[in-house]
Design a protein. Sequence first.
Lengths: 112, 109
Amino acid sequence: DAGVTQSPTHLIKTRGQQVTLRCSPKSGHDTVSWYQQALGQGPQFIFQYYEEEERQRGNFPDRFSGHQFPNYSSELNVNALLLGDSALYLCASSFSGIYGYTFGSGTRLTVV
Amino acid sequence: KNEVEQSPQNLTAQEGEFITINCSYSVGISALHWLQQHPGGGIVSLFMLSSGKKKHGRLIATINIQEKHSSLHITASHPRDSAVYICAVPLTGGSRLTFGEGTQLTVNP
């Protein structure tokens, strides 16, 4: 049974560019949460998607947006990249937002 | 004051030692997560617990809801246990997690 799958694993972008990160939840899960983890810090909540809608949002600017598809997979989009957006982006899936919380291995984004 | 506090921040042990990592949080919660992260890696969920105690192999997690405190214990520690251990709680009452700052554990052979 595949767990949470994130792609790509590593990515290098230039300031001002846009990036899309992808997450496939664990089978049977319907909720996807995204977190940003800067080097040496704990993960910070970006937002959560359930039933194709953004259900909760953390303290991140509108440059961060997302989407959830009918198959529960999700995308995280970041526009107008800043150097400070360099981080590990983690996706976590769960059932009804609570059960079986499972994290992916993350996408390492470097903005140069 | 952080809403989720872990101690210690850093811990160095010799192989075979018994390890305890503590987590305190500020508000009532429905459940607490203990997570493990290896350098440069993703996060692995170790436990989610809402009361009492859970055990998996050499790992034991306990929680005291009234005291808003949880502990993660590792028995017979091994160098492969070296990682950052993080506790996380849904402080806002939903499923959005707030993370502690993590405990960097190093187990020397």
